[in-house]
Write a protein that binds this ligand. Structure first.
Ligand code: C2E
Ligand code: MG
Ligand code: MG
Ligand code: MG
Length: 291
């Protein structure tokens, strides 16, 4: 049995590889079609300003409404888009759509910011800053309501490029966030020279904050450093009251996570926001007239 297992498992591995290659090629064609036929959607996850405890905005997160596979998360296609030269188109779509929704919210009296993810490859474009600003303006959004999330590694890969591309955005009022902070290996001296407004503390640290002393130290240190630099912080992936208490007690500025809300379609977000406003007002009234 052991003898025949050899060639057989080689054949099995071969078939597996072929299937993988075929699957990938199909997926690539699928993604091209998805971009052309508007199968991509942008969902919005609430962000809460912790001091007053009010909704400050939302992070825009892309999803693929695949005709067969259903709603596909970005972890399954953003890298693919990068690899087959589609990430530029994807990034433009998400920024345009997020800006359009943001402009609508502003027009309807919802004073919210929208944060948009930028892929490393997209950020490398020598005209990144200029073209992002064009997209935001063309969609009618107020640039000061848009926040661009650059990962730590993208920002640090070429700090001079980063400074050059971020300058016009900053000048127009766009906010810059460093995403997944703590997962890269930043040269802090270089990082602090970049014009960013907010550090997003990676979910992994928030998750471990209550049981792993090391993660607790990271969260506390990042918030302390941000305070000293005069920038704000977002705790990602807050799922429990305990995690919320922890980041609040450390003076974190904003939180985002399933405890408040999952990423939702723009319509669902608006309904969620209306309910939340009612609850906030009720809490205010209770505080004003207790009992
Ligand atoms: P990210 O930018 O760090 O986004 C946060 C991710 O954490 C989102 O996953 C969000 O749904 C998830 N999350 C939020 N709160 C919680 C929580 O309480 N618990 C848990 N377990 N997860 C939570 P999502 O939407 O699957 O996105 C994954 C990543 O894909 C994002 O990480 C971002 O790097 C990337 N991505 C998403 N949308 C875009 C996009 O439009 N463009 C690019 N380039 N990348 C995107
Ligand atoms: Mg993000
Ligand atoms: Mg993040
Ligand atoms: Mg993250």
């Amino acid at each position: 049995a052991a003898r025949s297992a050899g060639p057989q498992s080689v054949r099995a591995a071969d078939a597996g590889l072929n299937q993988l290659a075929y699957g990938r090629l199909r997926l690539e064609e699928d993604l091209r079609r998805a971009l052309d036929q508007n199968e991509l959607e942008v969902h919005f996850q609430p962000q809460i300003a912790l001091k007053p405890g009010v909704v400050s905005g939302a992070e825009a997160l892309v999803r693929w409404r695949h005709p067969i596979r259903g709603l596909v998360p970005p972890t399954e296609f953003v890298t693919l888009a990068e690899e087959c030269g589609l990430v530029e188109q994807l990034g433009r779509f998400v920024l345009a759509e997020a800006s359009r929704v943001c402009a609508g919210w502003t027009a309807r009296g919802m004073p919210l910011r929208v944060a948009v993810n930028v892929s490393t490859l997209q950020f490398r474009n020598p005209r990144f800053g200029e073209s992002a600003l064009e997209i935001i303006r063309a969609a009618g959004a107020d640039p000061s309501r848009i926040e661009l999330e650059i990962t730590e590694s993208a920002a640090m890969g070429d700090p001079e490029h980063a400074a050059r591309e971020l300058a016009p955005l900053k000048a127009a009022g766009v906010r810059i966030a460093i995403d997944d902070f703590g997962t890269g290996y930043s040269n802090l001296a270089t990082l602090t020279q970049l014009p960013f407004d907010v550090l997003k503390i990676d979910r992994a640290f928030v998750l471990d904050a209550l049981n792993a002393p090391a993660a607790r130290v990271v969260v506390g240190t990042v918030i302390g450093m941000a305070d000293n630099l005069g920038v704000e912080t977002v705790a990602e992936g807050v799922e429990t009251e305990e995690q919320l208490d922890f980041v609040v007690s450390h003076g974190c500025t904003y939180a985002q996570g399933y405890l408040f809300g999952r990423p939702m379609s723009a319509d669902a977000f608006e309904a969620w926001y209306a309910n939340r406003l009612v609850a906030e007002l009720r809490a205010l009234a209770d505080r004003a007239a207790p009992g």
